[in-house]
Design a protein around this ligand. Sequence first.
Ligand code: 5GP
Length: 180
Amino acid sequence: MSLGMNVSHLKVLIDESQLRQRTRELGEQISRDYEGRQLHLVCILKGACVFLADLMRYLPLDISVDFMAVSSYSNSLHTSGEVKIIKDLDSSIQGRDVLLVEDILDTGLTVDYLLRTLHARCPRSLRTVTLLSKPARRIKFVEVAYVGFEIPSDFVVGYGLDYQEKYRNLPNICILKINE
Ligand code: 5GP
């Protein structure tokens, strides 16, 4: 595939079939846990949009979806630790069973901030699902109910995840090595 850039520094970490299988397993687990309840999915843009789109098709539940955008990185490979809400939710989460859908848990600062913010809005319950987690990078301990894959500390792209807005369309999760 030609993306108009040098892709020779991309190495596949998790391929399409692994992503599909694990997403299905997470969907089955979440469906069992929320059986008979209405589940409100809060997707964190932009990175988690591909994961959400696949995960929700494995949730045969009464679901609704809302989106929130935050920025914790300013086009850099390293976290700044600063979290800013760029787009807030459209609807109230008060009294609802909310599942935060994240792409990746790195230092934990973003999810920690989001959970505190959403808790203050009085949901009935609040849990998190993240496709990826880098345990070795954690600064803030955050409780995450569902984790897709634990991965090494490398910077990854694809399946929704970007580097400077590129690579989101890769079907795999790839390690990105930048020649700086
Ligand atoms: P944290 O606050 O946990 O350090 O970072 C969470 C956010 O940082 C994620 O939602 C994601 O946007 C970004 N991030 C962290 N690690 C990576 C990575 O390896 N690749 C990409 N593309 N984004 C990352």
